[in-house]
Design a protein around this ligand. Structure first.
Ligand code: UFG
Length: 339
């Protein structure tokens, strides 16, 4: 019996694949490589020394998914595949709704056809919108003040999966709300690979340290936070990956829908992260303060109690680990591009 990972050539999927294989689970990977490279799949094999079937397939293609379920003995699905760039989602909303909702629906249909009844979904803290008090708890109302189509797709998919589980007593749904994943595997072989100019903070920091970008602009230093810059719940991607292992085991034992925040429960400011990166790696990151970025919330972080109590999972790695591992990955990418 195997766990199917959609989008596992991507940042969070690839790290989860490694943790599942290290825990002795069997996996099957499906990815259309639209925003990832096949080397990530090879490197999952290299890190773990284990093999697994890889399907280069579009998750929206129901026939292709049916073939995966026909050929493999799939017990549960972790659904990572999806578009994830907030800005792009504002420019291309239809593409985002079609892909993110379409992949989920085609997966659910294939799962039902082949009697697979467990699904773990990559959701986001973005579903908490902009009205909830911090820290965010899983029982808070979601969907108020979501500001972009990407966030809405996460909200809508949570709804689709919850409704599907309400209608099918056999179905087990686990919604994982990620906070801000950064870091990389300590081997330096897998990590986050943004296309073009990075939107997210850590890839921008590493590319600035590597000299690819001239300097980092910190968006806003007049927020009502301790140092005036935004605060986020940065979580090491390997900790996040381990949360999926715990969620899979939970889904094996429970029916219905359950929601878990995957965060550390501790806010760290943008400026603190930049300084931690400089300290941890002994490299310079030139930065300047710029105006606020539209749509950014001043501060948010997870209440991580539920995942600890119910899943027995909590984040263990430090900000220094995140900074060191992100930099090792950037250096690995640079060394390859110079070859
Ligand atoms: N930031 C900068 N300069 C940059 C990039 C980012 O100062 O060049 C700041 C942002 O203003 C923000 C913080 O760094 O205050 C974090 O920004 P990211 O873009 O890395 O992350 P966000 O918190 O905006 O977004 C993340 C995920 C989204 C998810 C969202 C909500 O990237 O996918 O959390 O949970 F939707």
């Amino acid at each position: 019996m195997a766990i199917l990972l959609t989008g596992a050539a991507g940042f969070i999927g690839s790290h989860t694949a490694v943790e599942l294989l290290n825990a002795g689970k069997e996996i099957v990977v499906a990815d259309n490589l639209s925003n990832a490279e096949e080397t990530a799949v090879e490197n999952i094999r290299k890190i773990t020394g284990k093999d697994f079937p890889f399907y280069k397939a579009d998750i929206m293609d129901e026939n292709a998914m049916d073939r995966v379920f026909e050929e493999q003995d799939i017990q549960s699905v972790i659904h990572f595949a999806g578009y994830k760039a907030v800005g792009e989602s504002v420019e291309k909303p239809i593409m985002y709704y079609e892909n993110n909702l379409g992949t989920t629906i085609s997966l659910l249909k294939s799962m039902r056809k082949f009697g697979c009844s467990r699904i773990i979904f990559s959701s986001s803290a973005t579903v908490y919108g902009d009205r909830n008090p911090i820290p965010y708890r899983e029982d808070m109302q979601t969907g108020i003040g979501i500001t972009n189509p990407y966030g809405w797709t996460k909200y809508m998919i949570e709804r689709i999966l919850t409704d599907a589980a309400a209608a099918d007593p056999d179905l087990s749904v686990v919604l994982l709300r990620y906070f801000n994943p950064i870091g990389a595997h300590e081997s330096g072989l897998i990590g986050e690979k943004p296309n073009g100019i990075p939107n997210n903070l850590m890839p921008y920091i590493t590319q600035t340290a590597a000299g690819i970008r001239e300097k980092l602009t910190i968006f806003g230093n007049d927020y009502p936070t301790e140092d005036g810059t935004c605060e986020r719940d940065f979580i090491h991607v390997v900790d996040l990956a381990k949360g999926h292992l715990a969620a899979c085991e939970y889904a094996d034992e429970h029916k219905g829908t359950e929601i878990f925040n995957l965060g550390t429960g501790h806010p760290v400011s943008v400026l603190e992260l930049v300084n931690a990166f400089i300290r941890a790696n002994g490299v310079d990151v030139p930065y300047t303060f710029g105006p606020r970025r539209e749509g950014d919330l001043p501060a948010y972080y997870a209440d991580a109690t539920k995942a600890k109590e119910v899943l027995g999972w909590e984040a263990e790695k430090t900000i220094e680990d995140m900074c060191r591992d992100s930099w090792r990955w950037e250096c690995h990418c640079r060394s390859l591009s110079e070859e």
